[in-house]
Design a protein around this ligand. Structure first.
Ligand code: ITT
Length: 181
């Protein structure tokens, strides 16, 4: 059994599509430090949780980095979404031509040692809020290679492009190797 420690059911739904191992969502709050890098948030989470869990487990921390806003909301993505939301980002981006942005996902998997798997998805902030699927900033993010926002895609289609899909495919490779026999 592998635990995925998160309070976010959408992340769990996306990730479990890839893992044939038994994974279970565990909602244990862990301190998310105010760091500059997503990696540091995930590493700190592991340090806190490893004393509390006896099974292999992982956390996933992610964020949206908008180039014209110097990387904002970045490590503040969760808080910014809860406060100003997609309407707020749309306003901040009004009149800005450079719409480039990237999502970053870091999975930190603990099996006695810490293993980091990172996925990046480049794309742009849409002019309009579009789509009903997904969560968070999905309705305002269009990955390169598509014309749709993440919120207009199925979970499978989003996973093909997304930061989280890329990170979990790396985790899967590691697990396939680890549990080969
Ligand atoms: P945890 O319990 O796993 O921490 P969380 O929702 O608090 O769940 P994070 O701390 O990693 O997750 O915050 C990242 C925020 O960035 C998240 O709340 C969303 O608002 C946004 N986000 C991350 N990945 C996203 C995605 O695939 N699509 C849309 N928004 C995303």
């Amino acid at each position: 059994m592998i635990y995925f420690v998160t309070g976010n059911k959408n992340k769990y739904e996306e990730i479990k599509r890839y893992l044939s191992e038994k994974i279970e969502m565990k909602s244990i709050p862990y301190p998310e430090i105010q760091a500059d890098k997503i990696e540091d948030v995930a590493l700190h989470g592991i340090e806190f949780l490893k004393e509390k869990l006896n099974e292999n487990f992982f956390v996933e921390d992610s964020g949206l980095f908008i180039k014209a806003l110097k990387g904002f909301p970045g490590v503040f993505s969760s808080y910014v979404f809860k406060t100003i939301g997609n309407e707020g980002i749309k306003k901040l981006m009004k009149g800005i031509k450079d719409r480039e942005a990237e999502f970053i996902s870091v999975i930190a998997f603990y099996d006695g040692k810490i293993n980091i798997f990172k996925g990046v998805c480049r794309g742009k902030i849409s002019e309009e809020i579009k789509g009903r699927g997904g969560f968070g900033y999905d309705p305002i993010f269009i990955p390169y290679g598509s014309r749709k926002t993440f919120a207009e895609m199925s979970i499978e289609e989003k996973n093909e492009y997304s930061h989280r899909g890329k990170a979990v495919r790396k985790l899967k490779e590691y697990l396939d190797e680890k549990f080969r026999d």
